[in-house]
Design a protein around this ligand. Sequence first.
Ligand code: ADP
Length: 351
Amino acid sequence: MRILVINSGSSSIKYKLFFMPREVLLKKGLIEHIGERGSSVKDHYSGLKIILGKIDSVSAVGHRVVHGAEKFRKPVLIDSIVIRKIRQCSEIAPLHNPANLAGILACKKLLPGKPQVAIFDTAFHQTIPAFAYIYGLPYRYYERFGIRKYGFHGTSHEYVAGEAAKILKIPLEKLKIITCHLGNGCSISAVNKGKSVDTSMGFTPLEGLIMGTRCGDIDPALVTYIMHKERLDVHSMDNLLNKASGLKGISGISNDMRVLKSRLDAGNKRAKLAIDIFIYRIKKYIGAYAAIMNGLDALVFTAGIGENQKEIREKVCRDLFLHFKKMPKVLAIPTDEELMIARQTYKLIKG
Ligand code: ADP
């Protein structure tokens, strides 16, 4: 069976075509600048047409959808009701869900009758218990607006936790794992017996670890304080927290860990501070998650920084497990969200 995996963003479509269940990658590519001025690709429909022109045949499509809120706990076959619900979730994911939906609607037109499956970034974290996902705010905000922790990068955390179990040759159901997805966006998850029991991102992907340009955890009172001091409106404040903070904001140099590392090696103090804060925050979360799971069997690093930056992994782990009765295994595992989507699509279609 040939499964096309689509990751549709606001101005790009990434795709991979797999031969399943053998998990052979047949083709991959990226269409960029969709809808941008001067671009020959005017919308997602035209973008997808180009993609389909490059591949022979498709049996089914798996779509990455960022936000499924509480409506989706697992992958689903897409029909008109699912489309309506994904649209409803756009209210809390205005940057991502409409773009994901554009890819789904284009596929429906261009591949009529082919099964299409939606896989949600939030779904894996739907097993997190209420005491971990409810914020210390008036409860009515949860009831009225769905304000709670949702968590993201779910497909990646689930994939690498599964791969870790395979590498360790121990069933996932017997393992306590902490997965660190460290890319431009960074999040960390506690995976107990294969289920996510907590994760660092929250209602939005802003909470938790220090990221490339996002601040992660801060005192919430700072938001109104800075808005007042700098006379910022809501949009500018949102921009500051999401695009001008994190590694970039602290260092004043870059959001890219490779650049920071080379500046650190050249003796730059702010690059060092940014990296130290980045590492400290990860350590803190690992300690917390080992505590809530009452132990830890494996610590997994993935994504751009997690897979490639050995020194960061070493600094995170330095002295971390000194007081553990049993030393956890530490693994770096390349993530493959598209393969996970293909697997889940195949599984759902095969029933
Ligand atoms: P995204 O979250 O956008 O998918 P990535 O997973 O590629 O991003 O992560 C980007 C981060 O990973 C950057 O800070 C970059 O410096 C780092 N990174 C990516 N590839 C490498 C590499 N080969 N060696 C070292 N660092 C890398």
